[in-house]
Write a protein that binds this ligand. Structure first.
Ligand code: ATP
Ligand code: MG
Length: 181
């Protein structure tokens, strides 16, 4: 399975210049006051593995450059590199750089990769599986959203996650048969 070891950041959102976030342990917590940049860590991670601007709380990729939120971007580029370690402690680096208003380049271990046909696609797929099915990355507001759901909707969601929904028809048929008998 592996784990996220470190995030190297340059001029991305609230980070001015070069910064290192981590190294992380297999279990790490990020704490901080409101507005200190906790969600920006999630944004950095999402950006590096290929998320689009719309999912990163901005209109254009350029808005992610430090200072762009107040109309004064510090640079033309910003960079996020994610260091991932597998179970044998072998490190893989996924890096994404903003190169224009709508454009970015991606690298895996310093080799350029294309977002459409690449390992990034697989990573994104895994990421989607992680977020949507296993709920590994739970973004801000999600817990509240689940708590405020209509009880039937919440049950449906839990049934989907546990895959017990697949057995619903069989269960209902058996229950109906028992009631008839
Ligand atoms: P909360 O606890 O309220 O959820 P948080 O720790 O999650 O807060 P973030 O949303 O990660 O905070 O960070 C918000 C901060 O990031 C704000 O202070 C905002 O000014 C800053 N910020 C966002 N985009 C940029 C940018 N492009 N350049 C500089 N700072 C930015
Ligand atoms: Mg937040």
């Amino acid at each position: 399975m592996g784990y996220l070891k470190q995030i190297d950041i340059e001029n991305f959102k609230s980070w001015r210049g070069k910064h290192i976030i981590g190294p992380f342990m297999k279990f790490s917590c990020i704490i901080g006051t409101n507005g200190s940049g906790k969600s920006n860590v999630m944004d950095a991670l999402s950006f590096a593995i290929g998320e689009r601007a719309a999912s990163l709380r901005v209109k254009h990729l350029r808005d992610l450059i430090h200072g762009a939120n107040v109309g004064r971007p510090i640079s033309d580029t910003a960079r996020v590199a994610v260091r991932y370690c597998d179970d044998q402690e072998r490190e893989t680096v996924f890096c994404r750089i903003i190169t224009g208003q709508f454009y970015s380049s991606a690298f895996k271990n310093k080799i350029t990769v294309d977002f459409s046909f690449s390992v990034f696609r697989i990573i994104r797929l895994l990421f989607n599986i992680m977020t949507k099915v296993q709920n590994c990355m739970v973004f801000q507001g999600t817990v509240e959203l689940i708590a405020l759901k209509d009880p039937k909707e919440r049950t449906k969601m839990l049934e989907c996650i546990s895959q017990s929904r697949e057995y619903a028809a069989e269960y209902n048929a058996k229950k109906a048969a028992l009631l008839k008998a």
